[in-house]
Design a protein around this ligand. Structure first.
Ligand code: HEC
Ligand code: HEC
Length: 217
């Protein structure tokens, strides 16, 4: 449920605040280093691999079923397992709206969701990439986004997506969708409204310029 995710996120945030000292989150200075999280909902990678074959017709490298989709469906390999799991449930419950993904999610049990999440999230590297501080988006993200998404888009909070290496069109489209209300997540709606639409492209370019998420294993 969305509530469960909020609770997980809040617990993680409280931990973060206790660690950093609440004020430090909004202060200037070097952003905290990104650190990937190893916590994943228990899932069976082998079962997940079988389920993923359908998903790869849109999310994979050749993606025959995605040829006419704009933006391209997002990369899923090395996405955080908890995010994949929560989002699949939200598509199934109609909390996040997308006709294609609702149709897909309706065919899955909760165990299927855990398994496919475990499959895509395996090979999560243990070190974030080095931040491209030369790109214009870096300054905006270190001011607005780093405390949830990490310096390069990985972050530490369960249920929060990895943005690092995602397609720039998809990221920019997502920001516009939060702003317009097409995507309803309250946290990101507020965040998207805090930044100027003119900055979306620089932010999307920044996150996508690092290697992490992939279309293939
Ligand atoms: C027919 C094409 C298609 C198929 C097949 C498909 N997807 Fe998707 N998927 C999409 C599209 C399009 C989006 C973007 C929707 C949106 O903007 O909310 C998406 C989004 C997602 C997201 C959200 C990712 C993010 O970064 O927010 C997840 C997770 C996901 N799909 C998982 C799956 C899984 C698991 C399967 C297989 C069980 C699957 N998809 C099969 C088209 C597809
Ligand atoms: C308070 C924590 C927080 C902050 C700050 C934050 N985000 Fe997010 N972000 C989230 C969460 C949680 C989600 C998942 C929302 C959902 O399920 O739709 C998300 C989702 C996203 C997505 C969608 C990714 C996908 O795969 O669909 C994008 C793009 C994004 N954030 C960009 C940003 C940018 C750019 C900033 C800074 C301007 C930012 N975020 C600041 C928590 C945050």
């Amino acid at each position: 449920m969305a509530n469960e995710r909020v609770k997980l996120g809040l617990a993680a945030l409280l931990g973060l605040a206790a660690f950093a000292g609440a004020g430090a989150l909004a202060e200037k200075g070097p952003p905290p280093p990104s650190r990937p999280s190893w916590r994943v909902p228990a899932g069976n990678v082998h079962r997940g691999e079988a389920i993923a074959q359908t998903c790869l017709t849109c999310h994979g490298p050749d993606a025959p079923a995605a040829r006419d989709l704009h933006p391209r469906p997002p990369k899923l390999y090395r996405q955080r397992a908890s995010y994949i799991f929560f989002v699949l449930r939200e598509y199934q419950q109609g909390v996040r709206h997308n006709d294609l993904m609702r149709g897909m999610a309706e065919t899955l049990s909760e165990q299927d969701m855990r398994d496919v999440a475990a499959y895509f999230s395996q090979n999560f590297p243990d070190k974030p990439p080095r931040a491209r501080t030369d790109l214009p988006g870096y300054r905006i993200t270190s001011r607005e986004c780093t405390w949830c998404h990490g310096e390069t888009g990985i972050g530490e909070l369960e249920g929060t997506p990895v943005l690092t290496g995602q397609d720039p069109e998809y990221l920019a489209h997502a920001l516009a969708a939060y702003r317009s209300g097409e995507r309803t997540d309250p946290t990101m709606r507020a965040e998207a409204k805090r930044i100027a639409p003119a900055d979306d492209a620089a932010l999307a370019t920044y996150f996508s310029a690092h290697e992490w998420l992939e279309r293939g294993q």
